[in-house]
Design a protein around this ligand. Structure first.
Ligand SMILES: [Zn+2]
Length: 452
């Protein structure tokens, strides 16, 4: 490791000394069954988790601490310490609710009891997102009373439910969370030990496509040949959405974009995705380009007769649900228009085509080139002893767009302790304590060096 400057050395040794407490805190947090669905777990579990978070951040010097009810009934914990004159304010985001355990029998350690095994800490929420709560907490503890910036902590209570409680709350209460820099602590490094910004999130366009050709089903022997077959027409138009190499080919959407951040090794991707031996990966770009930089059309479902019980009949109608993921640079409305035009242009036989829009989500790209990003970049490099890189994320975090729209001047950065081995959302979720340690140090360095 390159030698630390004195400031880094002090914080590094403080964070190291705080790891026993970090484990204790995480054990306490994991013990709350804070699944934000009262049909599955009592609401008191979430309330106790929220109260613990509020008390913990009050104890590290945040003053204005409150539990705020949001539109979906969940409570957001907000705690803040105003900025000294002239200094910027940083918003620290995390969530205290967790995914349900899923198949409890598949867990090798108790779901709600933080358990050390082979150097990792296991338990539901250990990484997503309670590990990031502990990251924020440990960073503030390490700084002690020497915090030179304003800090606002927001811990959301229903992130995993996707019910958008905090999204509406931000729009309705913009002043409470206003900040110059926003740290979304709900992501993680590309791999343990590789400091990584999650730079982009894909947006999406979801549509239902129905093709109709006949008044009713017909005998395929008597009518097959001349009768227009709705299922064949649907298969034909869907097939035009990808080429033989697996590239998405929606007319009018750029499918040649490149990715200049971290590259995803194809062999590792094959293992991560469980691709069968002898089967090719899709697309002619790199894995990172296919995942993060280019549009991807997935046929989610097709309504057609089931094989068992089917008869020799031509189908009068067929339906499919489509999911188009779009990278930054493509607006959702523009993607929707292109998809509709493509489907209309490629549906054969002038079959009757109906396209219903189910949902639109905007892609996201974090700001680069600002002072907060530069400070965090340096902080990550100092903490890990190697330069940071960037990755994308295929899914979306709608709250990021709400923050970007509400605070257009804020620098938003996505970081955290959730590297791929954490298996977030799956049984046997775990966190690597050294990621908590390195990320807490990076955050402490950031908070003590960032100037507007
Ligand atoms: Zn999360």
């Amino acid at each position: 490791m390159t030698s630390d400057d004195p400031h880094t050395a002090v914080l590094r040794s403080r964070v190291a000394g705080l790891m026993v407490q970090a484990e204790r805190d995480l054990a306490q947090l994991v013990s709350y069954k804070s699944v934000a669905d009262p049909r599955q777990f009592p609401a008191e579990e979430c309330e106790r988790a929220a109260q613990w978070v509020a008390d913990a951040f009050a104890a590290v010097g945040l003053t204005r601490v409150g539990l705020h009810e949001t539109a979906d009934g969940s409570k957001a914990v907000i705690a803040s310490r105003p900025a000294p004159p002239g200094a910027p304010t940083v918003l620290l985001y995390c969530h205290y609710d967790v995914q349900p355990p899923l198949d409890e029998a598949a867990w090798r350690t108790p779901v709600w009891e933080l358990t050390e095994k082979d150097g990792r800490w296991y338990g539901r929420g250990a990484a997503d997102c309670k590990g990031n709560i502990v990251m924020h907490l440990t960073a503030l503890r390490a700084i002690r009373s020497e915090l030179p910036v304003g800090v606002t902590l927001v811990a959301e209570g229903s992130e995993e439910q996707g019910t958008g409680g905090l999204e509406k709350f931000v729009v309705d209460n913009p002043e409470l969370l206003r900040a110059d820099a926003i740290l979304i602590g709900d992501c993680g490094n590309f791999a343990g030990g590789v400091p990584t910004f999650t730079e982009t999130l894909r947006g999406n366009v979801n549509v239902l496509v129905t093709v109709e050709t006949l008044a009713g089903p017909l005998h395929s022997g008597m009518f097959g040949g001349a009768a227009p077959d709705a299922l064949a027409a649907l298969i034909h138009v869907l097939a035009t959405l990808r080429d033989a190499d697996g590239n998405t080919t929606v007319a009018g959407l750029d499918n040649r974009q490149t990715w200049d951040g971290v590259q995803y090794d194809p062999d590792r991707f094959r293992i991560d995705a469980g691709v069968l031996g002898g089967v090719d990966l899709a697309g002619d770009g790199t894995v990172a380009e296919m995942l993060w930089a280019r549009p991807t059309l997935t046929v989610l479902a097709i309504d057609a007769p089931r094989v068992v019980g089917s008869s020799a009949a031509i189908q009068p109608a067929a339906r499919a649900r489509l999911n188009l993921r779009i990278p930054p640079g493509i607006a959702p409305k523009e993607a929707h228009r292109a998809l509709v035009a493509h489907l209309e242009a490629n549906t054969p036989l002038h079959a009757k085509l109906t396209i219903e829009l189910e949902g639109l989500g905007a892609p996201f790209r974090s700001a680069i080139g600002g002072p907060a990003r530069a400070a965090m970049d340096a902080a990550l490099a100092a903490s890990y002893g190697r330069p940071s890189t960037t990755q994308g994320q295929g899914g979306s975090i709608p709250l990021c767009n709400v923050f970007a729209d509400t605070y257009p001047d804020a620098e938003i950065m996505l970081i955290g302790v959730e590297e791929p081995k954490c298996l977030i959302h799956a049984p046997n979720e775990s966190v690597d304590p050294s990621e908590i340690q390195h990320m807490a140090l990076a955050e402490a360095l950031f908070l003590t060096t960032y100037r507007r």
